[in-house]
Design a protein around this ligand. Sequence first.
Ligand code: PRX
Length: 652
Amino acid sequence: MKATKWVVSDKKQKHVYWPSKEMKARAWISSEKVYAEADKNPTQFWGRLAKEGITWFKHWNKTYEWKKPYSKWFLGGKLNACHNAVDRHLETHRKNKVAIIWEPEPINEPTQYITYYQLHKEVSKFANVLKKLGVKKGDRVGIYLPMIPEAQIAMLACARIGAIHSVVFSAFSGESLKKRLIDGEAKILITADGYYRRGKPLNLKSQADFGAKGTKVKKVIVVNRTGAKIKMTKGRDYYWNDLMKTVNSECPVTVMNSEDPLFILYTSGTTGTPKGVIHDTGGYLTQAYWTTKLDFDLHDDDVFWCTADVGWITGHTYSCYGPLSVGATIVTFEGAPDFPDPGRFWSIIEKYGVNVFYTAPTVIRMFARFGEEWPKKYDLTSLRILGTVGEPIDLDAWLWYFKIVGGSRCPIIDTWWQTETGGTLINVLPGVGPFIPMVAGRSFPGIRHKVLDAEGKEVKGKEGYLFQDKPFAPGLLHGVWKNSKRYKKTYWSKHNGEYYDTSDGAKIIKGKYIRMTGRTDDVMKVAGHRLATAELENAINLHKDVSESGVVPIPHKIKGEVPLAFVILEPKAKPSDELTREIISLTRKIIGPTAKPEKVFYVKDLPKTRSGKIMRRILKRLLNNEPAGDISTLRNPESVAVLKSELKKLKL
Ligand code: PRX
């Protein structure tokens, strides 16, 4: 059977694609009208969506409230996120539908299919385990798990009893885990003995042990994944399987207020310490549900695969809460995309008939490098919609994805959003279009963005700073954990706190389409992972031979950006390859492998402001062979010329 063409190109314009008749006929939204309707009264619009998509135990008294700088949705409304993602499907035709298809990394290990009925049992049992260990509503639970179904089960079990989960990416170091556990004051940690990566079982427990030490964690639950021999601390550590045998599967859901926190998730900002972004229950879930359903035009018979790890916001919203509350079947994959060979992802799409595939540009660029012969070996005609997220997608990657993966049939939904926004905010809807490379799309219906200049004046057709206007998206963060000062300073300190500051640059084209132009602060995206330059500098500065360092991102063909470190050594220390290796391994140890600097340059001085702040902007310019700009206000303007000549010698 010939695969349906879901898009058609516009003959007159280059690389402008529109939804086909079939796509429009199937789509939940097929007309532009929704934007104007939503914009007439966004509060009413979101109220309608929340009522239609989410199951509430009690309807709210007030749809929206803005008390600068806190935005609240569905005040007085009562619900439970786990009830929405799991329980409610049991009363429908979805009861025995597969909720999670889990593909382990080892190819000889069988797939696990978990139906909504089974998921309900497992989640309820694990919620009882948590209760038995003393977890109560509002307590924080650390989750440090690889991509195994227990990750989603643990998250949903927390949601079921009103505990606040704090998921930490399993590739983060024990040190990173510790920081997050301390800040969140987690009393339980859920981890695994290990997981498979590129054919090898990796030990996760030793990192978890390191992370838990010196924190308020009283109990550690260990998923038996690899069966490796690990150290278990008596009275603190318990195996998941043993605990699950001691409980039954009856566990009523806890009724939550709409604004009760559902989770905290740490993300990088401009300072060296990651911040705990708080997401609430009602607003977040409404946005997760509707963006999943509309952005990917998700229908009941669809198989949805978001490749993001649950350690990131994309994994929270689109590998868990969003698609499960819609009642979809999701794919979860444990391993590396190119193991045992670069056909692995494509083989998974063929094997399970994936209809909607959502991944990051860095993955696409990596596969493009491996060559089109890999996707061509597999039948990918089940694909209907392709999504991308996390960083800008360049024209080559977009076209490769569109032509080679999507067979020139599927729209590319380029979704712009952030950890703080909880769900997508800028993208094209599949039934509306157009799909244009490097134009993320337009603000989701009911969301208002503004592009402003430094003075706060709106700029049209030119690059500026992207802000969100009122009423703020239901999924927008509800604060920074234990740090309201930082919350106010980071997001609401410009233009009298009237708009949410995204810290991204953007340009509005033809009055409505938005082209993203990158971060405007000291945050980088390395292979789609968010990293603060200051975090890396802090790690590098821990080396005894390092006096100071400045980190800046430089473009990279596959990863988008990579960090480059300028290092000033202590007077007695000498640059060497050995020292470079030590510095790199220190960043891996303190943060994780994603933070590894691509290059380390030893320099004598770095340009600084009068207050001693390293001028990363100047470092970036010099690396790009651009003029340094105004250096008259520097404390050490002479450092610029020295640095220039040092860089010349390095022959960049
Ligand atoms: O700079 C934007 C970039 O990623 C940042 C948010 O990163 P994080 O909180 O890790 O969330 C990533 C997943 C939602 C943004 O401030 N970004 C995200 N998506 C895009 C993007 N840049 C360009 N195009 C995108 N589609």
